[in-house]
Design a protein around this ligand. Structure first.
Ligand code: S6P
Ligand code: ZN
Length: 193
């Protein structure tokens, strides 16, 4: 047997239900509440008020059982609730892959955006059901719900990619995304108020 085939899991089927936004059998799940997004929304007072209030769930991530280890190819479904904090649309924390590996996102329902930043350039992909957003190596990425209903997307990524959240706290994401009467608008990142 080739050494690269000596992985902890055998081949298996994963049932992907796009309408329900689930993977079965299920793997780890996580819930990010407003308190988990410290230092990310520009309006710190609005963020603190939401934390001191009902500290809402902003998004959930459900993974398949494929482990996050080198050479494996895990998947996860992220669902972001609709909402704003200080006018800024609800979003994921965003991260950089420490060893610069690519990733794909497939939008399932709702409308969202994929914001990418390489420390210099910013790119935006509007995500509607069926859109695949491609994240090249070296681009930090964040998802944003730009609609009025939950936004869900499937991610497929190298198991050894990792998540560097401090990179975003240090470098920002290039732009922030605000709700407007007509939809949404990208504004320069700026600091916290
Ligand atoms: C992992 C992939 C997604 C995110 C998820 C939550 O590489 O990009 O599964 O982890 O969308 O976002 P975040 O920024 O909180 O990890
Ligand atoms: Zn990622």
């Amino acid at each position: 047997m080739q050494s690269y085939a000596a992985t902890p899991i055998a081949p298996f089927a994963i049932q992907f239900d796009a309408a329900a936004a689930t993977l079965s059998p299920p793997g780890p799940t996580l819930e990010r509440r407003m308190s988990d997004l410290e230092g990310l929304f520009a309006d710190r007072d609005a963020w603190q008020k939401a934390v001191d209030g009902d500290n809402p769930v902003v998004y959930r991530v459900q993974s398949s059982p494929v482990p996050e280890i080198d050479r494996e190819l895990p998947q996860s479904i992220t669902t972001i609730e609709p909402g704003t904090t200080g006018g800024e649309l609800w979003m994921t924390k965003g991260h950089q892959h420490p060893n610069y590996q690519g990733e794909i996102y497939l939008a399932l329902h709702g409308t969202g955006g994929l914001l990418m930043f390489d420390g210099d350039r910013v790119e935006w992909v509007t995500m509607a059901p069926g859109t695949i957003g491609y994240i090249p190596p070296g681009w930090a990425h964040r998802s944003i719900n730009i609609g009025d209903e939950p936004y869900s997307m499937l991610a497929v990524y190298p198991g050894g990619a990792g998540h560097d959240y401090n990179w975003v706290l240090e470098h920002g994401m290039g732009n922030r995304v605000y709700k407007t009467p007509n939809g949404f608008e990208l504004r320069p990142y700026g600091g916290l108020s």
